[in-house]
Design a protein. Structure first.
Length: 147
């Protein structure tokens, strides 16, 4: 995959994309939780609550990983013309995308510090991108991966 424009998105664009992503995730979680509750009933306590939380985490993992390995873009990233690529400007493979999701989850668990890292990073990389050698780039023209 060749990148037409390998420039990093601005912090404002990253923030806007994250807010838009949040709206998408709320919708996915709402529908997924509804299906889970329809199948298994009240899940407000005990093991059912843990099962619901793990189910939702898995659904979101499937969403992100699928989007990243297929096009390098979630819905929000498409809207803001941002693409996830490796340092070689290729789409991440399944293992790399799964690791990114896991590290991004951990970033959120520690008060979002891994995301706030982008404020101080000269390339505006999130900490998980810095560690995994991935990056978010502006994607002004849709480019497809060639097999």
């Amino acid at each position: 995959m060749k990148s037409v424009n390998a420039k990093a998105p601005s912090l404002i664009k990253l923030g806007a994309s994250l807010l838009y992503e949040l709206l998408t995730l709320i919708a996915i979680v709402f529908v997924s939780a509804g299906i889970f509750l329809w199948l298994f009933g009240d899940s407000s306590t005990g093991l059912k609550r843990l099962a619901l939380q793990l189910f939702l985490w898995g659904v979101l993992a499937a969403y992100f990983i699928w989007c990243w390995i297929k096009s390098g873009q979630t819905l929000a990233m498409q809207a803001w013309k941002i693409r996830l690529v490796t340092r070689q400007n290729e789409l991440p493979d399944l293992k790399l995308a799964a690791m990114r999701y896991l590290l991004a989850t951990l970033s959120l668990a520690v008060f979002g510090l891994g995301f706030l890292w982008a404020i101080f990073d000269k390339e505006h990389l999130f900490l998980h991108d810095r560690l995994l050698k991935t990056k978010l780039i502006l994607s002004l023209v849709d480019v497809t991966q060639h097999a």
